[in-house]
Design a protein around this ligand. Structure first.
Ligand code: PEP
Length: 259
C-alpha cells in the first residue's frame, strides 16, 4: 500500500444472507465503523441481487458511507436473457462497484475472458467501477504458471479499455486455492503477484495508470492476517468472502490501521 492509493476493502457475501440478514449486517457494520475509518479506507459490501434494493434503502436512509456493490452482471442492457441482471439496472440502484470475473463465476457459470471483458466495458459504460478478479489454480501454481495465467487474464480483461477507466478500476488478485479454504498466500507471494498485475497494467497502459489502479488481495483474509498483507507495497486492499459475513469480523479487517 502506498500513501497515494486509498485502500479499498470489499465484502463479497456470495450466496449468503437473505434481505433481512443483509439489512442487519450492514446496519451493524455501520455502527461498528467510525466516520474517520472512511477517510482512511473505502468500504463496499456486495450482497446477493435479491438484497440490493433493501441494502440501498438503509444505506441512503442512514447516510452510510459504506458503498453498495454487486457480485456480477450481464453485459447487455436488456433483452431475452432469462435470469440475468443488467448493468443499467444495478446503476439505477446506486450500485457503485461490481465484481467481474470472480473465479466462482469462471468455474461454475462459464464466464470466459471474452465475457469478462464485455462485462467490464458494460459496468464502466454505466458509470460504475468494476473489480476485475484474476488468479491461478493450485495446479497452475505448482506447474509454475501462476504469473502467465494472471498476465493473460489481465491483458484479455482490459482489452480495448481507455486509460482513464483503467486508472479508476480495482483489480483483485485471488489465488483460487486460497478462496474459502483458510489457506492464505504468504504476504511475500501475494505481494509478488500483485506487483506482477501492476507490471502488466504498466506494460499495456503505462506507469501513471499502473500507479493509480488499486489492487486487492483476496483469499481467506481475516483480522489476523490483514495487517501483514496491507503492509505490502502493491496490495491496496482486500476482497473478503467468509469473514465479511460477520459485521464484527469485517469491521476489524476494515480497521486494520488500528491493530
Ligand atoms: C472471495 O470470495 O473472493 C474470497 C476471497 O473468499 P474468502 O475470503 O472466503 O476466501
Amino acid at each position: 500500500m502506498t500513501e497515494t492509493r486509498k485502500p479499498i476493502i470489499s465484502g463479497n457475501w456470495k450466496m449468503h444472507h437473505n434481505h433481512f440478514e443483509a439489512i442487519q449486517t450492514v446496519q451493524k457494520l455501520h455502527y461498528r465503523l467510525e466516520n474517520d475509518d472512511f477517510d482512511l479506507v473505502d468500504v463496499s459490501v456486495h450482497p446477493p441481487f435479491t438484497d440490493i434494493r433493501s441494502v440501498q434503502t438503509v444505506i441512503e436512509a442512514d447516510r452510510m458511507k459504506i458503498e453498495l456493490g454487486a457480485q456480477n452482471c450481464f453485459f447487455e442492457e436488456k433483452g431475452p436473457f432469462t435470469g440475468e441482471v443488467s448493468p443499467t439496472m444495478l446503476a439505477k440502484l446506486d450500485v457503485k462497484l461490481v465484481i467481474i470475473g470472480h473465479s466462482e463465476r469462471r468455474q461454475f457459470f462459464g464466464d470466459t475472458d471474452e465475457w469478462v471483458n464485455k462485462k467490464l466495458k458494460a459496468v464502466l459504460g454505466n458509470g460504475m467501477i468494476p473489480i476485475l478478479c484474476c488468479g491461478e489454480t493450485l495446479e497452475e501454481r505448482e506447474a509454475g504458471q501462476a504469473e502467465s495465467k494472471v498476465d493473460s487474464q489481465i491483458r484479455s480483461g482490459l482489452d480495448g479499455l481507455i486509460p482513464d477507466h483503467v486508472s479508476d478500476m480495482v483489480i483483485a488478485y485471488e489465488p483460487i486455492w486460497a478462496i474459502g479454504t483458510g489457506k492464505t498466500a504468504t504476504s511475500g507471494d501475494a505481494q509478488m503477484m500483485c506487483a506482477k498485475v501492476r507490471s502488466v497494467v504498466a506494460d499495456v497502459y503505462g506507469n501513471d495508470v499502473a500507479q493509480s489502479v488499486r489492487i486487492q488481495y483476496g483469499g481467506s483474509v481475516k483480522p489476523g492476517n490483514i495487517v501483514e498483507l496491507m503492509n505490502q507495497a502493491d496490495i491496496d486492499g482486500a476482497l473478503v468472502g467468509g469473514a465479511s459475513l460477520d459485521a464484527d469480523e469485517f469491521a476489524a479487517i476494515v480497521q486494520f490501521n488500528q491493530h
